[in-house]
Design a protein around this ligand. Sequence first.
Ligand code: ZN
Length: 242
Amino acid sequence: MSELLAMPEDWTRALAIVAHPDDMEYGAAAAVARWTGGGREVSYLMVSRGEAGIDTMAPEECAPVRDAEQRASAAVVGVSSVEFLDHRDGVIEAGVALRRDLAAAIRRHRPELIITLNRREYFVPGHWNSADHRAVGESVLDAATDAGNRWIFPELAEDGLEPWGGVRWVALAASPESTHAVDVTDTLEAGIASLLEHRAYISALTDEDPEVYVRRFLTDFAAASGERFGVRYATTFELVNF
Ligand SMILES: [Zn+2]
């Protein structure tokens, strides 16, 4: 008997909100490929352009590279809508300003499912999670409710963004407290191809051949999750209900 439940798939629109280009590609993109392949609509919203992510590249040079890599990466898994909020990479702050930006995006996209990245202190014991991931995850959970309340950010309605109370779930990828999973046996290859589009980023990250690195990392992770879920390959999420 599996310890993980199957992710809900009775929805038509999802919005992924993450701190950086590449956050979706470390596991969740294989699930996105399955969902878009099944006719669902998924859009991406990046809170920063990941411009502080490559040590050898100054931010102003890095931002357009990472922007282009993210758009290419999204296209591989059937996502054509990619937006950037331009909060500053590395020092993203949880709080009212970010919640307002996210609530506006949620009202525009009207998703039933929001996907984001692990917001807990650790990915696995001993591996501290980044300040940006923690900040974005917390604000996404708050904004899912803000988006449906006419009186929290009344200026949004004045700009024509009517409340959207239709968010049913926020799914946090790569959480140490995962509750749900998606069978990605048929779409793991698309997930691998999607992460490989972040070529400048990965080349700076490792001396290994990018394809060898990406394939091993994602396959090992998906196989371990698959074993817990009773399939060959899986992606896991911590699901929060609204
Ligand atoms: Zn990140």
